[in-house]
Design a protein around this ligand. Sequence first.
Ligand code: TYD
Length: 136
Amino acid sequence: QPLIPQLISLPKILDDRGNLSFIESEKHIPFRIQRCYWIYDVPGGELRGSHAFKTQHEFIIALSGSFDVLLHNGKKEERYSLRRSYQGLYVPPMHFRTLDNFSTNSVALVLSSTAYDPDDYIWDWDVFQKACACKI
Ligand code: TYD
């Protein structure tokens, strides 16, 4: 069963004092969280990412503002727009991913299944394509 990207709506506790959402590891997302990082102060027109991960799973949330996530699975590309604090995108391993269209003051929260490991990155598009072809 191939792992597929998925937009996931998180619990949302509506309150006149302000709303609240939360994530529990392995409950609302299909992996155990080992690391969080966030991307902010992105200058207009900049891109982030443009790589794939061999093994790590990610969950990406637009905590503030909006941006797009482009995912390519080796066969086709799909664009996801993130703009809600209570919704995130599950990114399985072996998806070439790029973040773009960052709005001013947007914040991307990324939850990852692994510690930071530069060896888990695939930067080269051709290497990625070949690795995908091997799996099929
Ligand atoms: P990178 O993963 O390339 O950022 P993005 O894909 O979001 O554009 O990381 C940029 C730099 O930050 C790179 O030098 C590695 C470093 N880094 C860490 O040290 N730890 C981390 O958890 C992450 C995500 C990046």
